[in-house]
Design a protein around this ligand. Sequence first.
Ligand code: ARG
Length: 475
Amino acid sequence: MSGEQRSHKLWGGRFSVPTAAALEALNRSIGIDYRLWPHDVRLSKAWAMALWGAGVLTLEESTAIETGLTRVGDRLEEGAQPEPSDEDVHTMIDRMLHEEIGDVASKLHTGRSRNDQVATATRLWTMEAAGELDKRVRSLQQVMIEQARKLEHDLMPAYTHLQRAQPVSGAHWMLSHFWPLERDRARIATVARNTAVLPLGSGAIAGSAYPISRVLLQGSLGFTSLSPNSIDAVGDRDFVAEMLFCVAMLGVHLSRLSEDLILYGSSEFGFVKFGEAFTTGSSMMPQKRNPDALELARGSGARTLGDLTSLLATLKGLPSGYNKDLQDDKRALFGAVDLMMLVLPAVAGTLGEITFDRQRMSAALSSTMMATDLADYLVGKGSTFREAHEAVGAIIREGEKRGCELTELPLEVFSSAHPLFGSDTMEWLDPAQSVARRGVPGGTGPEAIKAQLEAAAMAIQPSRDIPRGNQLSIA
Ligand code: ARG
């Protein structure tokens, strides 16, 4: 008996020569899709029941298959490894089921195809991954809120074009990284909902020829609706693309947070001091403490972007129905999600042990950052903003010429730039006043910050509900 004949295959009857080793090597996806086994076991049990419901299997047969699948699941749980000849996870489980219960296992694949099977298993995996991602993003958001609370009354420069722009509360800066993650969580929850459409029952392309109840399958597997078109159902990977977009966007957000922290942690800025558990040293320079976790997070943004691009490029040229190109969806999906699962706790840990140097932060507030406030002062006294802008510009020029802060200029410089400048002008150069004036919702004023902190804490309180078909209340 050749090795070829011994290997367990779900196809092969129409072939008279063995598959070339080079094709087998390329075609084999078990290394990547092995982890789908819990979902494949689960959907296979549901399928066995559906086949009994359709009168294809007797109750004993269906029960034997279910019991066999439980034993297969137990073996895999205990660490059973695929055999080198297993083409993919579906083949592996089929082989193991045969080992457990013998020939009756051959009846399980009636009316289904690996095409609807893999689409279903990948959706189940994605729905679960959405919940896991949500948890990890929320943990990072929790750290952000804790740091923001500590910085509530500390001022720092906010930057536009990486140039000092206006003073803000440190909490305002910290929370500016919180809300993008909140949008990420909302997007991930939407993807979970969009993913809960059941493809099982679509067969290879035209739908199953057996009268199985797809509605019961939908309910027992936790989907919210049925795919309305079998051709679409087996070739649809929109949910993978959507999840990859969410992850890529999340990667972009983590990258921007990391970049801020790396920059603020440089000696030149000195706003941030890194802790020791999430930094590394240099093999040559004894003084170094490097923010590797943040740099890796920044780098991972590039990888997740690549995963999204590669999937979209795969999809765009495909004819309708299932094509083997789709096998690569899982490499991109698992790779991107795994990466985020690693990155999120590392970023949360790094941020959690960071301390802020309040002196450095406030020392970076220069008087010219209150230039807009000076213009607002004149507007308050009746000037137009345009005229005020011009006058303050002249004062800035004068400060630059004398090489001093605006606070060091004599009052005459102000009043000659604009007659409306009075004796209270200097108060408008106080950064705390500048911040206090910005009390609009979403602004950096103390009350607005308090409200923002409350809103942030509220946002992460309840776990975002990812509805499953079998958890919905039926009206
Ligand atoms: N391993 C395959 C995949 O991941 C399963 C589907 C195979 N379908 C087929 N017609 N060969 O896409």
